[in-house]
Design a protein around this ligand. Structure first.
Ligand code: B12
Length: 466
């Protein structure tokens, strides 16, 4: 069957739709032919859609929704109405069934299907179910039993139980469907994935909702084969696409050793999201030897009680140690902080800022106000009792829901100014502070830097760009 895949993510600077590279590979392996329409590069998406469907007939159309919104308390840009318009425009130009997927989509599949009036959704990973859906549709066989499929029966969406497959069963990834070279020139990095799923208990995080609660590992040889494919395309700056690269630590070590064994450590520079634990000296050394140049630790907070409240399993001392080890091995460090969740206090924020100053990472990103995703423990908690007062947004699906602890809301911006002043190690998730803004949505400073040749993790480009 001829399948159309459409990337709907038009945010600048661009991030390549790795999902469509992976899914295209699985469809090709399953005997289907794929054509990609990448709307990221189109000034006028409607006419691009018209042009694309003008010449070809498709049996199935897959559309990806990576970001429902920019997840930033200060800007709150939702992408859903734009996405709904694109589905409508596709419908007007083709009679083929439309299936939706993506990490953003998987957080609220039924709602997005109802809004967009698409035919199907795939909740979670797409490589296993999409080729089966294409097979069944081409043979006109029933498909209502397919795992992960969201489909309509008598006007009501049905979400089939997922099958969380082993990534070892994925095909070898050639990374040739998407124009990764162009994304590298315009976006400064390419992604690769080493595992799926997360068994963590962070109350705010949608990863277990969209990827499953069991960690499923990709074989190191397959990951490094894929890296080699990217290198062959001239791409040598990469970013991991895992929630946290070092969980589990042994797998991270094995990936690094495989990169080093193939002599690639000196040929690539890569960045990873990591947890402050486990982060042994051995892992730090192996990561650096394998070409890792920067780590963004999901530190969240510097107050022991708040870390517990957020469901994290490490301490402020672990954050200090991880920062120190990574720096000793020559890697650049960013600490990601999350302020304003339930129970936040003036003192907790002060302790966190103090911890950052003592640990002295290269950058610390301050995110204030927590995005409340459906299906998370935070979503359950804030709907009850006194937390309701801290909610804002959420009047409809186009209005992202956030929480900011009401006890600190009246003074928190001033308090942060007092504590941080003009310490330029701190970045803010806030477009109203362009020089310190690490919200990557329409970040013009970042776009400019990449055009001038800067490459790397976005926070590191922002750090070095003058
Ligand atoms: C790595 C990462 C980044 C890196 C990307 C680096 C790179 N070169 O790729 C950086 C730091 C740049 C980044 C930036 C941002 N990110 Co980010 N990022 C991630 C992360 C950790 C991995 C994303 C990824 O590539 N996964 C691997 C791919 C293979 O998985 P996938 O996209 O989910 O695709 C699978 C399925 O969803 C499905 N699927 C996907 N599409 C389709 C289509 C069809 C038809 C089907 C059937 C199935 C299907 O199959 C795919 C393969 O299994 C996720 C969290 C996570 N664990 O997913 C957050 C995440 C995607 N990011 C998020 C956000 C908000 C952002 C920013 C908007 C933040 C900001 N304001 O600056 C920007 C957006 C940048 C942009 N231009 O789009 C949110 C989105 C949440 C939401 N509901 O909208 C996430 C989920 C994190 C979170 N907060 O929970 N990010």
């Amino acid at each position: 069957m001829q399948v159309a895949l459409i990337n709907t993510n038009r945010m600048q600077p661009p991030v390549a739709p790795i999902a469509l590279d992976y899914i295209a590979e699985a469809l090709n392996t399953g005997g289907h032919e794929v054509k990609l329409l990448d709307l990221c590069w189109e000034d006028n998406p409607e006419s691009a859609i018209k042009r694309f469907f003008g010449g070809s007939e498709f049996g199935l159309i897959g559309m990806t929704l990576r970001n429902t919104d920019d997840c930033a308390f200060t800007s709150r840009q939702s992408f859903l109405s734009g996405f709904v318009d694109l589905v409508k425009s596709v419908r007007e130009n083709s009679g083929a069934p439309v299936v939706l997927g993506g990490v953003g989509f998987s957080v609220m599949p039924e709602e997005i299907l109802s809004l967009s009036k698409a035919d199907y959704g795939v909740w979670g990973e797409g490589e296993f179910v999409l080729p089966q859906l294409a097979n069944r549709l081409s043979k006109k066989e029933s498909h209502e039993d397919l795992p992960n499929l969201v489909w309509k029966r008598n006007g009501t969406w049905q979400r089939n139980p997922p099958s969380w497959n082993s990534p070892a069963d994925l095909p070898a990834m050639s990374r040739k469907c998407v124009d990764n070279g162009r994304y590298f020139r315009m976006g400064g990095q390419a992604g690769f994935e080493t595992k799926r799923g997360c068994s963590g208990a962070c109350i705010y995080c949608a990863d277990p909702v969209a990827k499953g609660k069991r960690v499923r590992l990709r074989p190191p040889a397959a990951v490094v084969n894929e890296i080699e494919q990217l290198i062959a395309q001239g791409i040598d700056v990469l970013h991991t696409c895992d929630g946290e690269f070092n969980i589990p630590g042994q797998h991270a070590l094995e990936i690094c050793r495989e990169i080093t064994r193939r002599g690639l450590g000196g040929r690539i520079r890569w960045y990873a999201y990591c947890s402050p634990i486990p982060f042994s000296r051995e892992l730090a050394k192996e990561m650096r030897a394998a070409g890792c140049v920067g780590i963004d630790f999901g530190a969240d907070h510097g107050d022991e009680a708040m870390l517990k409240r957020l469901g994290r399993d490490f301490s402020p001392a672990d954050i200090r140690n991880a920062t120190c080890r990574a720096k000793e091995e020559g890697m650049t460090v960013m600490l990601d902080l999350l302020f304003g969740s339930p129970g936040e206090t003036r003192e907790g924020i002060a302790k966190t800022v103090e911890l950052v100053k003592q640990s002295d990472p290269h950058r610390a990103g301050v995110s204030l106000g927590v995005r409340v995703y459906p299906g998370t423990d935070l979503a359950k908690e804030v709907r009850s009792g006194e937390c309701v007062a801290g909610l804002s947004g959420g009047k409809d699906l186009f209005d992202p829901l956030f929480f900011l602890e009401p006890r600190i809301a009246p003074f928190v911006f001033d308090w942060l100014n007092t504590l941080i002043g003009d310490d330029d190690r701190f970045l803010f998730f806030d477009p109203s502070k362009p020089k310190q803004n690490y919200n990557y949505n329409s970040n013009q400073r970042l776009v400019e830097a990449i055009q001038k040749g800067y490459r790397g993790a976005f926070w590191d480009i922002l750090r070095t760009y003058r």
